[in-house]
Design a protein around this ligand. Structure first.
Ligand code: 4NP
Length: 149
C-alpha cells in the first residue's frame, strides 16, 4: 500500500486541500494524509476558504483535523510532498538519514520538474489565492496519481 503525506506550515490551508484532492483521484488502497510543520493549528478544521474551494469542486475536507509533522512520518510514508522551500527546510531538518531526505519533494516539481516553484501561502491573502492554490494542487495531484498507479 502506497502512503503519501502532504505538508505545509499550518495544515489548515494548502496541505488539507492537497490531501482531499489527491485522495479523490486514488482508491482507498492509497493512504493520503497531511500535516503542518508548525503546531499552531493542531486539531483545527481546515480554513473555511479551503473548505469552500474544495466544496466548489465537489470535495468535502471539513472532517480533516490539523496535526503536526512528526519524525515518525518518515517511517509511515513513502512520499512526502511539501508546498514551499520553507516547509522543505523544516522537514529535512528533522530527517535522520539520506533515505528520509529522499522522500521529501516540492509538490510543484511534479508539474515543473527541477524548477522548485512554490505553492504560495494563501492564509493572509484573498479568496482568489485559494482558487489559485486549488488549480496548482489539482494539476500536481493529477501527475502524482498517474505516477503511483
Ligand atoms: P498553510 O497556511 O501552511 O497552507 O496551512 C497557513 C496557515 C496558518 C498560518 C500560516 C500559514 N499561521 O501562521 O497561523
Amino acid at each position: 500500500m502506497t502512503k503519501i503525506l502532504m505538508v505545509c506550515l499550518g495544515n489548515i490551508c494548502r496541505s488539507p486541500l492537497a490531501e482531499g484532492i489527491l485522495q479523490s483521484k486514488l482508491s482507498k488502497d492509497f493512504i493520503v494524509d497531511s500535516a503542518g510543520t508548525a503546531n499552531y493549528h493542531v486539531n483545527s478544521t481546515p480554513d473555511k476558504r479551503s473548505i469552500a474551494v474544495a466544496r466548489k469542486y465537489g470535495l468535502d475536507i471539513s472532517n480533516l483535523r490539523g496535526r503536526q509533522f512528526d519524525i515518525s512520518d518518515f517511517d509511515l510514508f513513502d512520499f512526502i510532498y511539501v508546498m514551499d522551500e520553507s516547509n522543505f527546510q523544516n522537514v529535512v531538518k528533522l530527517a535522520r538519514n539520506a533515505e528520509d531526505i529522499a522522500k521529501v519533494k516540492l509538490i510543484l516539481n511534479e508539474v515543473h520538474p527541477g524548477k522548485n516553484y512554490e505553492v504560495p501561502d494563501p492564509y493572509y491573502g484573498g479568496d482568489n489565492g485559494f482558487e489559485n492554490v486549488y488549480q496548482m494542487l489539482d494539476e500536481a495531484c493529477d501527475n502524482i496519481a498517474k505516477n503511483v498507479l
